[in-house]
Structure formats: structure tokens, C-alpha cells
Design a protein around this ligand. Sequence first.
Ligand code: SAM
Length: 155
Amino acid sequence: MTPALFFAATIIFAAGVAAGTLATVFMRKKTPKVSRGAVLIDSSKVAGRGAFALKAIKKGDIVERCPALEVTDKDIGGELLNYVFYGSAEDRRLIAMGYGMMFNHSSTPNVAYYREDGPTGAELVIYALRNIAEGEEMYYNYGDDWWTTRGETGE
Ligand SMILES: C[S@@+](CC[C@H](N)C(=O)[O-])C[C@H]1O[C@@H](n2cnc3c(N)ncnc32)[C@H](O)[C@@H]1O
């Protein structure tokens, strides 16, 4: 490669990096928070991200129906273990899509869930245990086992 060609390639590469950096900063400012239906994903006070009510939700209302995929426990490992639900047998796990895996835990939960097996497959249905105000974070109770098996405690 001649010095002139090397110089031109360096300039083009640097311009690409600068354009990419600017685009990232610009896009980040413009990108709205993620939301769908009644649920907004935002920063949680208890852990990382959490699920928040985009509007007032009445006791008993369905917050989200999550299409779910049942797999064996061998399919699940690492950090994913902290995100899946129990399945139809001890060695089965349920992967809830949508925002189902983004709800944090509380021992005084405002939502709960049940499984429904319809003609198109399993769903995890999340519903309100009480009236929930717009903007409130929504929590379900992971259960004592969840915390003791990890040697942790949740509020
Ligand atoms: C199903 S995820 C919930 C979404 C998670 N906060 C995130 O940002 O991806 C479970 C993870 O959140 C953490 N978590 C959920 N509720 C919590 C709580 N009340 N206190 C501390 N950590 C919590 C758990 O330790 C676990 O790692």
C-alpha cells in the first residue's frame, strides 16, 4: 500500500468511526423508552430494569399475556436461570416472551401470574392483584425458594 493510499484509508476509517459515534449519541437521545400495551420498561429502584404501569390498571385486569416456550432445565443455564419460570414438571422451565421476564420481585406484590394452555400453545398471563396507579412499578412474588436457592434475600 502506498503512503497516500494508507493515508486515505486512515481518513476514511476515522470518518466512519466519528460518524458512527455521532449516530449513536443522536439515536440514544431520540430513542423512546420501550413500551407495549400497559407496560413500560424503565430503571427500577430495586434491580436494573423493571416493568411499570403505563396507565392505571384495575384489580383483576390482565396486564400482559406472554407467549411462553416450555423447555427442559438442561436448556437453561447461567444468568438465564434468573429469568425463567417453572414449567409443567420439575425438570421443565417456561420462557415467557413479551415483558414477562422483566418483572422484579416483591414480598408485597401488585401482580401475579398463571399459565394458560391454549390452542396455539402456552401463555403466561400476568394480572393485577390490586388497583395499580400509572407509573407504579409492578412486581410479582418470586417465592421464598427462588431466593433461598440463590443464597439471597429479596424485599
Ligand atoms: C426476572 S429478572 C428481573 C429484571 C431485572 N431487574 C433486569 O434488569 O433484567 C430477575 C433479576 O432481578 C433481580 N431482582 C428482582 N427483584 C429484586 C429485588 N426485589 N431485589 C433485588 N434484586 C431483584 C434478581 O436478582 C434477578 O437477577
